[in-house]
Design a protein around this ligand. Structure first.
Ligand SMILES: Cc1cc2nc3c(=O)[nH]c(=O)nc-3n(C[C@H](O)[C@H](O)[C@H](O)COP(=O)(O)OP(=O)(O)OC[C@H]3O[C@@H](n4cnc5c(N)ncnc54)[C@H](O)[C@@H]3O)c2cc1C
Length: 442
């Protein structure tokens, strides 16, 4: 039983490695546990468009520099809608994230974590238990190489993905909502790009698709389809997928490119939002919030939530003398993190979850999409919002709505204006998470 750590992080992927680096940069001693033994292991189910909102975190961990060296694409996108293309203007000074395959990114971020002084990366370690003192989590236990292990630290962080073991063991309150789309994707080499390395996102109502160029001339092509069409894909996956992507508006010539992967997919991907912390534990990344893959926010929020947690808790974890009040101070810090997580992700996730029902476009979507298709300034605004560099309130600020009205030649209905004036309704889990008090949740 070792007490050598200030924080134990379970899960050595995007969220966990980012948190480990940031904690260690602030002087914390970190145990980073990962059940897989291969340092090059990577997540398969991901189309890895990393939103620009994560850029500052990637710069802080050193990942941005590594990704540039690995040929990652500084990303931007064009969006197809029934009103035409939304083409946000961009140049080399525009805010961007990266498009880079997980097989490239995951080993890089894990390597950075392993090389950071203060991070003890323990591969092949599977956590399957939490240690408690009264109602407080004080460590983890698990197996490594057929042996049991136990580690103690003031804070245990679950960075262990959507089925988070830490969340389940800690009894984190969760809310789940349906995702009425399924997705299949494949990788192509040599796909002719219409615009220079610009991703394409298609809003086909209710289906969606995207074509995203990555490093090494490899493009990922995804069909994100309403579950009404599941029988078609179950009957003949290859045929249905190819028919779907060939029928995309202004489709590139897929048949002239080489498909270099199987068709990969997931049929059921419910959205899960958890209260991301309690006494002695916290959740980051998908463990805290698994949003809709369609919105391509998972990796960015994994890195950003790591950053929010480290910002709120590192001073408490690295205080030179742990006083009897240290646990109370840490609980307050975790409470601040919970509130910040809810503030930053809640309104966006609320909209994403609503869109995942496959309901028709609502009036605000029709109004904002059509304006963005007609006006470069609104196109830039739309893209900045999608890049999660803007809040929902900023997206629909009165001056913006006025410009959309001018561009569209008509306004919003009285009812929608009243709704906007009253603010967006928030789902209940966010109200719960915004409560900064960290009570026992077991
Ligand atoms: C089809 C699809 C497409 C997607 N496309 C995008 C996209 O374009 N852009 C985007 O940003 N996001 C996308 N995502 C989401 C993205 O993949 C996730 O949000 C992201 O990987 C979350 O990172 P994480 O570090 O929180 O969790 P994960 O990457 O899931 O990592 C969890 C880690 O914890 C380890 N672990 C789990 N349990 C234990 C245990 N008990 N003990 C020890 N280790 C454990 C796992 O081995 C793993 O390494 C997509 C998801 C899907 C399904």
């Amino acid at each position: 039983m070792s007490n050598a750590y200030d924080v134990i992080i379970n899960g050595g992927s995007v969220a966990g490695c980012t948190a480990a680096i940031l904690y260690a940069q602030r002087g914390a001693r970190v145990a980073l546990l990962e059940r897989r033994s291969d340092p090059s292991a990577h997540k398969i189910l991901c189309t890895h468009y990393i939103q620009a909102s994560a850029y500052p975190v990637m710069a802080a961990t050193g990942l941005a520099e590594q990704l540039e060296k690995a040929g990652a694409i500084a990303n931007t996108a064009h969006y197809w809608t029934r009103w035409g293309w939304i083409r946000p203007p961009h140049d080399e000074t525009s805010a961007h994230g990266y498009s880079v395959r997980r097989q490239t990114m995951d080993p890089l971020v894990r390597g950075l974590a392993a090389a950071t002084e203060g991070v003890d990366l323990k591969l092949g370690h599977t956590v399957n238990g939490l240690l408690y003192e009264a109602d407080r989590v004080v460590g983890v236990e698990g197996t490594a190489g057929g042996e049991r292990f136990a580690l103690r630290a003031p804070l245990v962080v679950g960075a262990d993905g959507k089925d988070s073991t830490v969340a389940q063991l800690a009894g984190a309150t969760a809310e789940t909502s349906d995702n009425n789309r399924f997705s299949y994707f494949a990788y192509f080499r040599g796909l002719p790009q219409v615009s220079d390395n610009v991703a394409r996102v298609y809003y086909l109502e209710p289906d969606n698709a995207y074509i995203m160029p990555n490093e090494d001339g490899v493009t990922v092509v995804a069909a994100v389809v309403s579950k009404d069409r599941l029988p078609e894909f179950k009957d003949d996956l290859e045929g249905a997928y190819l028919k779907f992507i060939r029928s995309l508006p202004e489709a590139p010539d897929f048949d002239s490119a080489e498909r270099i992967s199987k068709i990969i997919g997931t049929l059921n991907y419910p959205l899960v939002s958890r209260v991301p912390g309690g006494p002695g534990w916290a959740l980051i990344g998908d463990a805290a919030l698994t949003s809709d893959p369609l919105s391509a926010v998972g990796c960015a929020w994994a890195m950003q939530s790591a950053h929010w947690l480290v910002t709120e808790t590192s001073a408490e974890l690295t205080a030179p003398d742990r006083t009897p009040d240290a646990a109370t101070a840490l609980d307050a810090a975790v409470g601040r993190y919970r509130a910040r997580h809810a503030r930053e992700t809640g309104p966006h996730h609320h909209l994403i979850a609503d869109f995942a029902t496959t309901r028709p476009f609502n009036e605000i979507e029709e109004f904002s999409f059509s304006a963005a298709a007609r006006d470069p300034e609104m196109a830039a605004h739309f893209h900045t919002f999608g890049s999660r560099l803007m809040t929902v309130e900023e997206f629909l600020a009165p001056d913006v709505v006025a410009r959309m009205e001018k561009v569209n030649g008509h306004g919003l209905s009285e009812e929608t204006l009243r709704l906007l004036a009253g603010g967006e309704e928030q789902p209940s889990q966010h109200a719960a998470a915004q409560d900064e008090s960290v009570g026992a949740t077991r």
